[in-house]
Design a protein around this ligand. Structure first.
Ligand code: URA
Length: 433
């Protein structure tokens, strides 16, 4: 079998056979298929799509491209969460300790930033000392003792996705339903949890730009999970505007801490409550309204925050930073972006804002780039807010002074001003269970 023929077949819009899909996954994983052929196939899939059958085979081949995790020791309590990626999306840092303190067991493997979106592993690495890799038994022991552990995609778990994810990030092939479905569900299936909640982001800052696309993606992922015997819920949440106020790794950790300390009640907390309550209702088999009460109580009582501290400590992180986030290093330049107009902010392009944060150093432009953990953006005004010309719209945190003019121009171009207050959009479009 030749990779050339597989690329050509998909390029011409044909359905790949099981053998061809498995040949590609195996060959790309073992290095016999080079990056340039894998990227050509991803681009062909991007344009031609895949049938449901092809997606299930691709997901299964990727899930079995390396080790799989056995969580049977946790019975039905094992749980996992995944986001399709957004801007300012630090929900895992809040949802995971919250459901863990309510009795779920989360052995979670997370990803790095992808395109304009951030990744949980990069955020956690901004905490001094935090170890994002652990050996298997220590990982399980921590889940048993603390209720959760979050590491990077470990050694040999879905190596096919590990390579493809990094490749897609730099070849403009992220926002493809078959590729996102197989990427996310291969990891979730290999990671072994019995209960899975997916946060499917919709809007300008998400890979899925419309509720229709997001629903299609959500339904495919829920179907694949159920076919494999997992309890599944998918929450379609709004990503037309960055979530919360902080974008960038250490900045997002600080905002997550503020939510868990009960200091902030914003859109971020609301989305986290929906995700956490859907997950814990499946784990404990309780009604959704009861689950929501439990989640609110876990945060308001400080129990979820205590669990966060225990988790960070168990993974080597310096808990003083969690107790006192002012200890996190701050960027040498803090630049105020001023409003050029008076009126209401009618819309924000969250993707462009995510790209602005990458320009400031918070993400990667090439897969080998290093991240500046302190860099990012703090939003002072969001959609629906009234502003006067000269008001501060946001704060840029950066060490790249030379990037400021272009970043400011990009940020301002991402905003639309109007004379009337825009109608509020739904924060949650739908939950598919
Ligand atoms: N998150 C993933 O894990 N994979 C994707 O392809 C997109 C978002």
């Amino acid at each position: 079998m030749r990779m050339y023929d597989i690329i050509e077949k998909k390029r011409n819009g044909h359905v790949l056979s099981e053998e061809e899909i498995r040949f590609f996954v195996q060959g790309y994983t073992d290095g016999s298929i080079p990056d340039y052929q894998a990227s050509a196939l991803c681009m062909a899939i991007y344009f031609q799509g895949m049938s449901d059958e092809e997606i299930s085979i691709l997901t299964d081949a990727m899930a079995h491209s390396g080790d799989t995790v056995d969580l049977s020791r946790f019975g039905d309590l094992s749980a996992d969460k995944h986001s399709t990626g957004g801007v300012g999306d630090k929900t895992s840092l809040i949802v995971i300790p919250t459901v863990a303190c309510l009795g779920a067991k989360l052995a979670k493997m997370s990803g790095r930033g992808l395109g304009h979106t951030g990744g949980t592993v990069d955020k956690l690495e901004s905490i001094p000392g935090y170890q994002t890799s652990m050996d298997g038994e220590a990982f399980m022991k921590q889940v048993e003792d603390v209720g959760l552990a979050i590491i990077g995609q470990s050694g040999n778990l879905t190596p096919a996705d590990k390579k493809l994810y990094a490749l897609r990030d730099v070849t403009a092939t992220v926002d493809s339903i078959p590729l996102i479905t197989s990427s996310i569900m291969s990891k979730k299936l290999a990671a072994g949890a019995h209960n899975i909640v997916l946060d499917v982001k919709v809007g300008s800052g998400a890979f899925m730009k419309t509720p229709r696309q997001a629903r299609e993606l959500a339904q495919k992922m829920v179907d694949i999970g159920k076919m494999c015997g997992r309890n599944m819920a998918a929450v379609l949440s709004n990503m037309n505007v960055p979530l919360g106020t902080h974008i960038g790794n250490a900045l997002e950790v600080k905002e997550a801490i503020a939510v868990l300390k009960g200091e902030v009640h914003n859109d971020l907390r609301n989305v986290c409550e929906v995700l956490a309550s859907n997950l814990i209702s499946m784990v404990l088999q309780i009604p959704l309204d009861k689950a929501l009460e439990e989640v609110k109580e876990a945060i308001d009582s400080g129990k979820a925050f205590e669990t966060m501290k225990a988790w960070i400590k168990a993974q080597g992180g310096d808990v003083r930073y969690i107790e006192d986030p002012a200890l996190f290093p701050v960027s040498p330049v803090i630049y105020e972006v001023k409003s050029p107009a008076s009126g209401y902010i009618e819309a924000m392009n969250a993707e462009e804002i995510g790209i602005t944060s990458v320009m400031l150093g918070a993400g990667r432009e090439k897969k080998e780039d290093a991240i500046d953990y302190s860099a990012g953006i703090i939003l002072c005004k969001k959609v629906g807010d009234k502003v006067q010309a000269g008001d501060t719209l946001c704060l840029f945190h950066t060490a790249r002074e030379q990037a400021l003019p272009a970043a400011e121009a990009k940020y301002l171009a991402a905003l639309r001003f109007g004379e009337t207050k825009p109608e509020a959009e739904p924060l949650i479009y739908e939950v598919i269970r």
